[in-house]
Design a protein around this ligand. Sequence first.
Ligand SMILES: C[S@@+](CC[C@H](N)C(=O)[O-])C[C@H]1O[C@@H](n2cnc3c(N)ncnc32)[C@H](O)[C@@H]1O
Length: 457
Amino acid sequence: MKKIVTQPEQRAFFEDVANGRSADDRNGSSFSDPSFAVNKRAPVHRWVPWIAGFSKDFVSDAICRHLQKPGVILDPFAGVGTTLVEAVLRGHDAVGFEINPYAVLATRAKTSAYLVSLSHFKTAVKKFELFYLRALKTGYEPESKPPVGFHTRAEFYSPKVLHKVLVVQDFVQGKVSGITKDLFALAFAATMVSYSNYSYEPSLSRRASAGKTDILDFDVGKTVLRKLSEMAEDIRWLSQNMNQRVPRAEIWNDSFFNCRQFMTGGTVDLVVTSPPYLNNYHYNRNTRPQLYWLNFAQSSKDFVPLEQQNFGKYWQTVRGGKRIDLDFPEPDAGIVRCLDLIREQKPEKGVYGGNGWANYAASYFNDCYRFAKVVKWTLRRRGTALVVIGNNIIQGVMVPTDRFLARIADAAGLEVIDIHIPRETRVGNSIIQSKVRVTKAKKSHRLYEAVVELRKR
Ligand SMILES: C[S@@+](CC[C@H](N)C(=O)[O-])C[C@H]1O[C@@H](n2cnc3c(N)ncnc32)[C@H](O)[C@@H]1O
């Protein structure tokens, strides 16, 4: 067990982390690397890629450390369900909240797949293969149509690819039902960008802009079948690896901030979560194809609530409005100074300058406070919350988001146990709208991922 940081030690503790000395340097224990990469090969987790998901090894490590007997595990920002899947695999009840309906479909399918009969699933896969091959051979005219509201700058699917996609849609919409239908829909959604003229770079971009050629034709059926066979293998794996106790898994397609409508306070033993980072990664835009093709969105209006509810909102939604300040009691002076510094950057750039980014950071930290308050409400006494978060560089200003979150959680009445730094160098979309490139930034700022460990007193 980790050393508990008491009140008087807390300042020194925050300073240690500020000076680049991680908690793990100090007390010699460490969590697994929280990055998603390991999930790409792991049963069930491998079904759906998700930007900024975290590794199942980190989650299982956390569960084993903190819960010795069956309990309730919550992920307020469930994504594609890494925490929920690991929780149920270990016989714990799991509750999740997620605003993106595609991610909710993934989490629901993954946590209920153990209920599917493998032989029925395999029969459905075989039927799909025959249906698809026959359709291609006979010049079949699909009944399905591309979603009307889905507009893209370049043609999303080339005509030959589109025909095959519509054949797949006909099968998914008309020939399967229940959890099996969810699994088929997921097999399509998880692969659908790979045969489109778009790709994740890591944001969704035209292939042409990333120097890649368009995809004129593609064996769509084979790719979907490969995903379905992976699922079949993992359904078998689940039947061999599910814990004896059949747990309860609930995923709510709603904002965590509304959780009081769905659950009872003081019932959660462990929170394992990763909120959106302060890097403006746009979950909604990047899942537009899946949201439209799965019929979760019919027009751009359907994205407005998702943008409003997203933790910290998005820079695009707050950059141009009136000044946003921290709105919780007695905000820490370090956070206020950091926001002031961001606000001073590049005033000549208007909404693209520091003021817009400071608005975004302020609304992010305001949500950190709301988050800490609500987490405190959900936890049992002595319950733990592990929050994976990275630091950020905004307009060239280093933001120690993990330390700020810890200070905010402290102000919201949670006990800060520790900040672990399992991952020291994070690259990629950490630098936002800044002239500072990752390589250049690394010289002066260390990028890391942290686990902020909090506890209800
Ligand atoms: C970093 S991802 C979590 C990934 C997850 N750990 C996994 O492994 O799949 C953050 C998620 O929070 C979701 N989200 C953002 N704001 C939310 C809110 N207010 N309530 C619930 N979910 C939210 C986003 O849609 C996104 O899927």
